[in-house]
Design a protein. Sequence first.
Lengths: 114, 112
Amino acid sequence: DAGVTQSPTHLIKTRGQHVTLRCSPISGHKSVSWYQQVLGQGPQFIFQYYEKEERGRGNFPDRFSARQFPNYSSELNVNALLLGDSALYLCASSLSAQSYTEAFFGQGTRLTVV
Amino acid sequence: EDQVTQSPEALRLQEGESSSLNCSYTVSGLRGLFWYRQDPGKGPEFLFTLYSAGEEKEKERLKATLTKKESFLHITAPKPEDSATYLCAVQAAGDSNYQLIWGAGTKLIIKP
């Protein structure tokens, strides 16, 4: 079985630009969560989607948005990029929205804003 | 405020030298405590979930324990391939976001 797939793996963008990150969950998993991990820190929660609906939102500005598609894949969009948005963006896939017991992470997208 | 603190920040051990990593947490009701391993440039890899004080789980050279205020990840006779950053996270019972709150991790280096 394929694990959680994220694309692209690396990305370099200029300040002010827009970026879209993609995530394909494990087959059968209906929940996708997004996390931001700055170097040397633990991940910070951005969004959770379950059954195509937003179920949770972390303390991030409105420049961050996401959506989940009928096939349960997900996109994370970030507008007006800032230098501080440089981080590893992680996607986690799980069966349910309420428990991370079976949560699996992708390899992440390394975003560098210059 | 819910928070997780891990110590030490970094730990260097000789191969075969056993030790423990600490995860202290403050949450308004614990739904679960999770341990993950993260290799450089990769996503976290799930290790254990603990739900209640007194619970213990083992996997190969790793053993996780839980009290009402902290969790320990014991590593017995480690090998160089155990080198990684070990992350602890909690899910609070009263959190409608169902988010994981993470510590900053302990970077473990096992020297041959």
